[in-house]
Design a protein around this ligand. Structure first.
Ligand code: PXG
Length: 460
């Protein structure tokens, strides 16, 4: 076989060693061991190669994170140079370093002006862990220590650690290892599945008003913040109706509840704006960030704070009792800096907004708007979801929608494209450097996978 990489061991050998020692994410490990995981060995641009030499167009940016695609030499060079210069130092002993300083300056030049400070973490989950303690600290400092409760949403996703999964609304995750106190949930704004007879506008308002009802039920004096993804990612790439965010913002302001946007997926250009809350037109008090911050080349996340919160913590807060060994790690910071510079200076975010984003949305609608299997297409920028429907006129979903979506994803892999399945929706979020030609290939291979699924479902 003529492989575009050097393979040190055979696929089966790798699989057996993996099965012997490694617990994977969100999978029945026994079933995976029997099947043998795919061994990915190389990435370049939007493409991945497995150990059998099969090439895939990665329509999911890894896990929504490789904004610049794979194999960028400038990012590797930034990491190597930083490792040579200062491979590690911490933020504990009254010290800092140029990489993290320059990253923060650049980050805030890209953010709206009412944000001023960031607490760096290594992941999105950690950003949301830090969020809970930080907003509670804020309320302590401003004299309202009883404001402790965080409200999240059912089917929201905020990470896998204990508190982050509690903020999220994936019940099967709560069942593994428990919940934490002082967290509550409201419904998700998933009109296609749950909107019933209501128009999207009515349903969006109805879902938002649940927040008001929940705040009143718990007592506004006890509620610290509301956390949500501007659009749900892992939960199915669900866009709320337009009426949703203005009403949520009004309620948070009225009851003095902090509005906490989880931008882990939406941030860094995915929607064609730098941050998804800018696309949806609201002003959060905090932003959880990760993934696209480094294009996935190295782990890094953070919690961005508005001036209002940062001023209180800095001016009146005294000691902030939090810190991670790797907060603001110099190598991660150097990679993030190079990544953000490339996204800005190569006009990549602007191209998503003005060219490739509208192009993807257009070709998806040309191909799928009248497809017998697809009831709804949502998305903007380089982000889209296709909703499977058994009966488009009544929005009836297939009883086995999960299995069909999984099957469609498997067909995708066979066709050489990686798309994601969740609960009867197929999702794509390709790297922001995707060309029109690559987007054509993404949509064409997705069409073949969806057609093959439609045949199984009796729709073609
Ligand atoms: N918030 C959001 C909105 C996320 O999507 C996290 C926090 C946690 O980030 P870390 O870096 O701790 O993983 C995420 C992660 C999927 C999928 O299948 C999505 C994520 C992770 C794993 C799978 O869509 N998002």
């Amino acid at each position: 076989m003529n492989l575009p990489f050097e393979l040190k061991r055979q696929t089966e050998d790798y699989q057996q060693a993996d099965a012997a020692h490694h617990i994977h994410a969100f999978v029945d490990q026994k079933a995976l061991n029997a099947e043998g995981p795919r061994v990915m060995v190389r990435g370049k641009g939007l493409y991945l190669w497995d150990s059998e030499g099969k090439r895939y167009l990665d329509g999911m940016s890894g896990l929504w994170c490789t904004q610049l695609g794979y194999g960028r030499k400038d990012l590797t060079a930034a990491a190597a140079a930083q490792m040579d210069q200062l491979s590690y130092y911490n933020m504990f002993f009254h010290t800092t370093h140029p990489a993290v300083i320059e990253l923060s300056e650049l980050l805030f030049s890209l953010l709206p002006g009412h944000y001023s400070h960031v607490i760096y973490t290594n992941s999105g989950s950690e950003a949301n862990e830090v969020l809970i303690r930080t907003v509670r600290r804020y309320w302590q400092v401003v004299g309202k220590p009883q404001k402790k409760i965080m409200i999240g949403r059912w089917n929201g996703y905020h990470g896998s650690t204990l508190a982050a999964s509690a903020l999220g609304g994936m019940k099967f995750m709560h069942e593994m290892g428990g919940m934490i106190p002082d967290v509550a949930h409201i419904d998700e704004p998933y009109w296609y599945a749950q909107g019933g007879e209501l128009t999207p506008t009515e349903f969006g308002r109805r879902c938002a008003l649940q927040l008001e009802e929940k705040i009143l039920e718990l007592g506004a004096e006890n509620v610290a913040g509301f956390i949500a993804e501007p659009f749900q990612g892992a939960g199915g790439m669900i866009f709320p109706p337009e009426s949703y965010w203005p009403e949520i913002q009004r309620i948070c302001r009225q009851y003095d509840v902090l509005l906490c946007a989880d931008e882990v997926i939406g941030g860094f250009g995915r929607t064609g704006e730098w941050f998804a809350h800018e696309y949806f037109g609201f002003e959060p008090d905090t932003l959880s960030i990760a993934k696209g911050l480094t294009s996935g080349y190295i782990p890094m996340g953070g919690l961005v704070l508005s001036k209002r919160i940062a001023d209180a913590l800095v001016e009146q807060g005294g000691v902030f009792a939090h810190g991670l060994t790797y907060s603001g790690h110099p190598v991660a910071a150097a990679v993030a800096l190079a990544n953000l510079k490339a996204l800005r200076d190569e006009g990549i975010v602007r191209t998503v907004k003005e060219d490739t984003g509208p192009y993807l949305q257009q070709i998806l609608r040309e191909v799928f708007a009248h497809h017998p299997m697809i009831g709804e297409i949502q998305g903007t920028g380089l982000l889209a979801a296709l909703q499977f429907a058994e009966d488009k006129s009544t929005r009836k979903r297939f009883d086995n929608e999960n299995d069909l979506a999984w099957q469609c994803r498997t067909f995708g892999f066979e066709e050489g494209v990686i798309i994601r399945s969740t609960l009867g929706r197929m999702i794509m979020a390709p790297a922001l450097v995707a060309t029109r030609g690559e987007l054509d290939e993404l949509v064409e291979k997705t069409r073949i996978a969806v057609d093959r699924t439609a045949r199984i479902a009796g729709k073609l």
